[in-house]
Write a new protein. Structure first.
Length: 145
């Protein structure tokens, strides 16, 4: 596994559904509970604030997804408390035809930026997790879950 980029990691997957369907799924803070391994059993605290439990360390992770439908981008502000959220994660949906695939397909990409104080082992775990989460995301979107 290549972890050469110490500042940003991305993982992408081709999804056999329209980009709008994938974007709606990626924007939904409760549906994220079904694929975000670092924030499982997600609960809604406010209109735009959610909390879940990490499957890795049992700690709560707070998340505020901010969706930009025009760009098909979701910024995920995450942190250990509602007042400590940082925009470390992003999802981007690209329509299939933009990258040479069919009209009812899209590519979903997760990106994460590494904080300066993130230990190497935790960074590797994040990178591996996002690659795994891509397969979960594809299955959930394609199955209509």
């Amino acid at each position: 596994m290549d972890f050469a980029d110490q500042y940003c990691h991305s993982a992408s997957i081709l999804v056999d559904r329209a980009a709008e369907v994938a974007f709606a799924f990626m924007s939904d803070g409760l549906k994220q509970a079904r694929w975000a391994l670092g924030s499982w059993d997600r609960r809604k605290l406010a209109d735009d604030l959610f909390v879940g439990t990490s499957l890795f360390n049992g700690r709560e992770t707070y998340v505020r997804p901010v969706a930009d439908a025009a760009q098909m981008v979701v910024m995920y502000y995450v942190g250990p408390a509602p007042d400590a959220l940082q925009p470390h994660n992003m999802a981007r949906v690209v329509r299939g035809p933009v990258v040479g695939h069919g009209p009812n397909t899209c590519v979903v990409t997760l990106m994460t930026w590494r904080a300066a104080d993130t230990p190497d082992e935790r960074w590797r775990l994040t990178c591996v997790s996002h690659k795994t989460e891509m397969y979960m995301i594809r299955h959930l979107i394609e199955s209509g879950a």
